[in-house]
Design a protein around this ligand. Structure first.
Ligand code: HEM
Length: 214
């Protein structure tokens, strides 16, 4: 059996994505979470899911704007890790917080808008995670790209989820919102075209530059 081969960048991505989970498990086992461990774990997994989702949204602009191609290879893993943390986040909520009382969860869903948008984001991420494989990409053809564009909506919904969770101090959610907003704007065809122009201009050696360099 051959082991998957990772570039140093991909390896760093996997380590960075798994580290918060390892830290959480250790903190849980050693009793080092806050006085409200369930809420602490909910916050940590939610925040990590958002950070990884944002990182996955940053991969395409990192390539189009800066020509950083390794980012494209990390995109799928980042998206899948975002889903993993979101699924753990949801499991903590439904299992530890609500003891799998689905009636109570349904009531919360109907009453609290932050739960509703969080659930919508998770429901969007689920089919994206399932169809993230090369096989599904082949099977779905052109529709694959269309389907995976739903991740933009998931990103926006998660920002609303975070804003509505916070109620009063919405400084942090707004910073994340600005970041996600910029990453989505950078996909606009006009901006991508300009970026390609800048990159071509920077990449083109100026007249006489080879003589100077030599
Ligand atoms: C059915 C789906 C979801 C449920 C039921 C849910 C539930 C929760 C709950 C109960 C909280 C803490 C509220 C509090 O104690 O005041 C929370 C916070 C949060 N959730 Fe979710 N969530 C869901 C989906 C998501 C998803 C998909 C993401 C990200 C991809 C996410 C990211 C966050 C973030 C960033 C926070 C705030 C963390 C902090 O304040 O540090 N949630 N969520």
């Amino acid at each position: 059996m051959s082991l998957p081969k990772f570039s140093p960048f991909q390896l760093a991505v996997h380590v960075a994505a798994l580290a918060p989970l390892a830290v959480l498990v250790i903190a849980w086992q050693t009793g080092n979470l806050s006085v409200n461990p369930i809420q602490d774990a909910t916050f940590r997994t939610g925040k990590t899911a958002l950070a990884l989702l944002t990182a996955s949204l940053a991969c395409t602009p990192a390539n189009t704007l800066f020509g950083f191609r390794p980012a494209l290879k990390a995109r799928r893993a980042l998206g899948l890790y975002a889903f993993l943390y979101a699924a753990i986040h949801f499991s903590i909520f439904i299992g530890l917080d609500y003891g799998f009382d689905l009636r109570l969860v349904a009531l919360e869903l109907a009453e609290k808008r932050y739960i509703l948008v969080g659930a919508a984001a998770l429901l969007i991420l689920l089919p994206l995670a399932i169809t993230s494989t090369k096989g599904w990409q082949r099977r779905l053809g052109k529709s694959w790209k269309k389907l995976h564009r739903w991740v933009y909506l998931a990103g926006v919904l998660v920002i609303f989820h975070y804003i509505w969770v916070q109620k009063a101090d919405i400084g942090q959610p707004l910073v994340w919102g600005a970041l996600v907003g910029i990453l989505l704007l950078l996909r606009a065809p006009a901006i991508r075209k300009r970026a390609a122009g800048w990159r071509a201009a920077i990449g083109k050696p100026r007249r006489g530059s080879s003589r100077q360099a030599g």
